[in-house]
Unconditional design. Structure first.
Length: 231
């Protein structure tokens, strides 16, 4: 690997540990925005153009158009998933609190999560990763995106009181797989629109709508007396 790849992947790996294990939660948004800015500055200093990074203002209109379309599909899919008995338990999450919905969906998710992850994995990494084809670059970045979610998944399992070893292994493996596949889809949006705004909007919708639905599910559960007939 050349020095740009080593520096980018090494920096992201270090920040993944720091943000998930060392810094307090209230530093999450500011810290991630700072890292996103640093990654962009590093890529530019290494010779990447705004167009290569998917950050050209000339492509913002296309990015918004593609992003809104994808966001609508993902948001609708999340709503359907929350209504199906087989998948609705996926929206049970002890981290989710109804009183936090506004902050989470308007600040923490878009500015703290989406901006960094899309800049890192759909903007900067594809410009520095080696690969004979863009498809291989996409899969390489997607694999790293999957691994990026190992520590957050473990944190979620801890918060929700999941201690069974097999369940934890399955959850981590599933989380890595699902997020890697999602990353390929996000990268397709990035390529189709030539703008990182498209996957940003789709990513925001997927996470934000899921949080909102989980909050509503939690509120409904709290409002239902134990043993009550909810049929």
């Amino acid at each position: 690997m050349n020095s740009e790849i080593t520096a980018t992947i090494g920096g992201l790996a270090a920040w993944n540990v720091i943000v998930n294990r060392l810094i307090p939660p209230h530093r999450y948004v500011v810290g991630n925005l700072a890292v996103a800015g640093a990654l962009t500055a590093f890529a530019r200093a290494s010779g990447a153009t705004w167009n290569q990074l998917g950050l050209s203002p000339q492509r913002w209109k296309a990015g918004v158009a593609w992003g809104v379309g994808a966001a609508t599909l993902l948001g609708g899919g999340a709503w359907v998933g929350s209504r199906i008995p087989a998948t609705s338990p996926l929206f049970d999450d002890a981290r989710v609190r109804p009183e936090d919905v506004r902050f989470e969906t308007r600040v923490r998710i878009p500015l703290g999560t989406v901006v960094l992850e899309e800049i890192a994995f759909r903007s900067v990494l594809p410009t520095v990763l080696d690969g004979p084809t863009r498809e291989q670059v996409s899969w390489g970045s997607a694999g790293l995106f999957g691994l990026w979610h190992v520590l957050p998944t473990l944190t979620t399992l801890d918060i929700n009181g999941v201690s069974n070893r097999r369940t934890r292994i399955a959850a981590v493996a599933g989380g890595v797989g699902v997020t890697a596949v999602a990353a390929v889809g996000f990268d397709m949006l990035r390529l189709r629109s030539a703008s990182v705004l498209a996957p940003m909007l789709a990513h925001w919708a997927a996470n934000g709508v899921s949080y909102l639905l989980a909050a509503k599910r939690g509120s409904a559960a709290e409002a239902t007396p134990a043993g009550a007939d909810t049929s």
